[in-house]
Write a protein that binds this ligand. Structure first.
Ligand code: M6P
Ligand code: ZN
Length: 185
């Protein structure tokens, strides 16, 4: 029998960066996050062009394909709007029962969960922390440190992002810095 072919991988995840074929980058600036922070007066005084986070992702199959997986790495800048930490938009999955893994790569973060009953809880993120996000649970990450927060994620290719529910009703609690410490209030 002839030897089977051996290939080099098309992608490299060197721990902090996703490098290779078809890696897509998306950027979210402060101006794209209008309405998610409570202190709108302070928000309006800030530069809408300031980058809050960007995501490098690989989509090996078409979005919506059942059974596939996506992977992305998010780079979330340190900062606050008033006393509320910079955070991702946050979303439920459009196919609400789809789960996801997040894991901490660098920096200090907080993963905020909210179920459909609007119950909120959070887990600390740090290099090596691994977080299972069950189906039916909205998720958002805040950078609670002074340096960039890097976390990676893998989610089903038919999960989809439902941003509307969060845009309309928000999370039931906000993560704020109170006396120098993060608190969910
Ligand atoms: C992770 C994944 C992505 C998501 C990104 C940013 O990398 O969950 O699917 O897009 O975080 O989060 P959001 O889409 O809520 O802005
Ligand atoms: Zn998700």
């Amino acid at each position: 029998m002839k030897d089977a072919k051996i290939f080099l991988p098309e992608l490299i995840f060197n721990g902090k960066k996703l490098i290779g074929k078809d890696v897509e980058k998306s950027t979210r600036k402060l101006g794209d996050l209008k309405g998610i922070f409570e202190d709108e007066v302070t928000f309006r005084l800030m530069d809408p062009e300031q980058v809050v986070y960007y995501v490098s992702s690989t989509f090996p199959v078409e979005e919506g394909t059942p059974g596939g997986l996506f992977m992305g790495i998010t780079y979330l800048m340190p900062g606050k709007v008033g006393n509320e930490y910079f955070m991702t938009k946050g979303h439920f999955h459009s196919n609400i029962d789809r789960a996801e893994f997040y894991w901490g790569v660098e920096g200090e973060g907080m993963l905020i969960f909210m179920n459909e009953k609007r119950e909120v809880w959070a887990e600390r993120m740090y290099p090596g922390s691994l977080h299972y996000i069950p189906g039916g649970v909205a998720h958002r990450v805040a950078n609670v440190g002074n340096d960039m927060l890097i976390f990676a994620a893998s989610w089903p290719s038919d999960a989809g992002h439902n941003y509307e529910t969060i845009a309309k009703y928000g999370f039931a609690r906000r993560l704020k810095e109170i006396d120098g410490k993060p608190k969910l209030i």
